[in-house]
Design a protein around this ligand. Structure first.
Ligand code: GLN
Length: 310
């Protein structure tokens, strides 16, 4: 049993030790850098509203954020377009994989900002006259969510740009539908760079906490996005954040979250806590196996399920 979040120190190392013998799942192999990830890497971190942090071992080990960046790209797009991004991207779950070659029927919009099509689009909506300027804008925005400057793994950015055939296909589809403005290549380059941003569990937990706490970073005190933007983003994490596993996730874990191929999961419990759990082996929906087990345990032990009755 983990202590409640207001108690001195929830024992995240004990939870981590319980998870390590779990051997299920496969490490993503879409690019060499992800395929080389240590399958036994496992870290957990929680951030409370007063900015205090509880972390396990390895919570300072960097990894590329991958799709856990998508909620933050959506937030920045909402901020920079004054909410008009909501006209450009749907918010319905797809029941399909993260890189499905499918757009919303009738509109040609991406189905939601948590799948690749949607994140390619939201990354193109942030302020900036060209791809370079949008990359700078995204780096600045992610740094505000994190409360510190974040490096980019240039090899990951390069390989994802080069090898992301399905992302190029999605960008071309959106161009054909008239829903994506930049060139397909620019859109993929900006999105790939955002995915290659380096975080650690502690930093990602601060980012999740900033969304959970209405857009104010609890460490720096900076208002990063308006309350309404944070609420919109967390709502869509709740319905779409775990792709075609979102329904099962909401029943079992009950915490708005976003999964990613690096094995990271960012958690945002509105008004209460932000968190991150990371371990590379993934299940069929691309969710970290240990990350899911950790999230279930945290949800139970800290009473974080959205639909608990007491
Ligand atoms: N960069 C990865 C991709 O677009 C992110 C996917 C993910 O984390 N699910 O393929």
């Amino acid at each position: 049993m983990i202590s409640p979040p207001d108690a001195a120190t929830p024992d995240l190392d004990a939870l981590r030790s319980r998870l390590l013998p779990e051997r299920g799942g496969q490490v993503d192999d879409s690019i060499p850098q992800l395929a080389d990830a240590d399958p036994d890497f496992c870290a957990l971190s929680l951030v409370l509203p007063d900015g205090s942090v509880r972390s396990s071992r390895q919570a300072d080990v960097p990894f590329s954020v991958q799709s856990a960046v998508k909620p933050f790209l959506f937030a920045l797009a909402l901020l920079d377009t004054d909410g008009a991004a909501l006209d450009r991207v749907g918010i319905e779950p797809t029941g399909e994989s993260f890189d499905a070659l499918k757009l919303e029927s009738g509109t040609g919009r991406p189905p939601n900002p948590m799948v690749n099509a949607g994140a390619l689009l939201t990354a193109s909506l942030v302020e900036g006259a060209d791809a370079e300027a949008r990359m700078v804008r995204i780096a600045r925005g992610l740094a505000a969510f994190a409360g510190r400057e974040l490096d980019v793994d240039e090899d990951v950015a390069h390989n994802e740009h080069l090898l992301g055939d399905r992302n190029h296909a999605l960008a071309h589809l959106m161009r054909a539908e008239g829903t994506l403005e930049p060139t397909a290549d620019d859109a993929v380059a900006v999105y790939a760079r955002a995915c290659a941003t380096l975080v650690d569990a502690e930093t990602l937990a601060v980012m999740g906490a900033t969304l959970a706490l209405g857009g104010v970073n609890p460490r720096s005190g900076e208002r990063v996005v308006p309350e309404r933007v944070a609420r919109d983003v967390v709502s869509v994490m709740a319905t779409c954040g775990v792709y075609d596993g979102s329904g099962r996730w909401m029943r079992a874990v009950g915490i708005p979250a976003k999964s990613s191929v690096s094995g990271a999961i960012v958690l945002s419990v509105p008004g209460r806590i932000g968190g991150a759990v990371v371990s590379p082996p993934l299940d069929e929906q691309g969710t970290s196996v240990r990350g899911r087990l950790a999230s279930e345990a945290l949800s139970d032990d800290l009473a974080l399920h959205s639909f608990r009755s007491g």
